[in-house]
Design a protein around this ligand. Sequence first.
Ligand code: COA
Length: 354
Amino acid sequence: MDEIKVPKGLTNVIVDQTAIATTDATGNLLYRGYKVAALVDHSDFESTAYLVVNGRMPDNAERKDFIDSLRKYYGVSEQVQEVISILKEKDLMRSLRSLVSLYPYQNTESDKLMLEMAAKFPEFISLSYRLANGLKPLSPIDGTFTERFYHLITGKIDPEKARHVGMLMILYMEHEFNASTFALRVTASTLADPISAFTTALATLKGPLHGGANSEILDFFNKFKDGDEAVKYVDEQIAKGEKVMGFGHRIYKRLDPRAQQVKAKLKEIAGDSKVLQIAEAVENRMWERKSIPANLDFYAAIYMDTLGISQDFYTPLFAASRVFGWIAHYKEQLVGNKLIRPSSEYSGPTGLKL
Ligand code: COA
């Protein structure tokens, strides 16, 4: 059989088709054919999640049914609460990954099971945080998915801030064959169950080159008193050959449209603040020195900080949103499935004698 060599990291290699998301020729991210920028401005989290999972915008009755079916799965069993209180894991991605992998299920139909998991992610995240930090569990509120989520992660009720969280979660929801989704599709291609596929995806999302990046940005960003300090940091990182978290992307080499949209939303809530000036100083310096643009995670971290969300929740928030993309990809992979199993070029020794 003829073998094909592809670049390391599969850069620019098209490995399969998807009808879920793409970036068009002018750099717009599309979900199921709709511009994500328009979904952020004119739709909401629940309708966008329905769109991504089911392939079309819901009518009013379908939207209500979708919300009701998520609501049915809200709450955490005593058994799961007990596991969380034993784990007491402060790293919420570790906790989420463990809880998902341990989730008890039997013969549940996979579409229902995946929706159940998506509904549970916010509960797992909130309860893990609270029990690991000696806080009482919150009594959940009624309201939209994102109002409830905002309350679960901050303990506060604030529909306006929750609306902003919803906009950010729409931007985080889907991104075709990103690393965690591709990992999930590899697992799905073996015909493993959705729980195994989500565990793979969560483990992959956690890494700092992917979803873990957003939780590292404030570590350096909040130390800057002004733009000059930010520029100095960028120069030092480059001199050391180190990366600046929140910059660079496999697909967006000139501009990440999602980052620019979050920046615009940040301007709406923070005005032309010092935070924004410092962020722009980092962005401009990275462009001057390396021609590398800010990615979604850079502005998302600053946005979440401005919305009063603790850093512990940044990557978990990404997961709680991306899980709807994972559902769509799990289902898509199983249509005309083929096991994903590439080959490798051997570079080790041969002919060794015992
Ligand atoms: N800071 C400094 N330099 C960076 C950089 C960053 N954030 N991202 C990429 N570069 C540089 C690399 O050092 C490399 O330089 P070289 O050619 O001189 O060796 C070049 O740009 C290409 O980078 P590479 O890592 O090969 O590109 P990629 O497409 O494989 O990587 C990322 C994409 C996202 C993994 C990479 O940009 C990165 O590590 N960013 C930081 C982590 C991050 O924010 N992740 C979230 C992604 S949404």
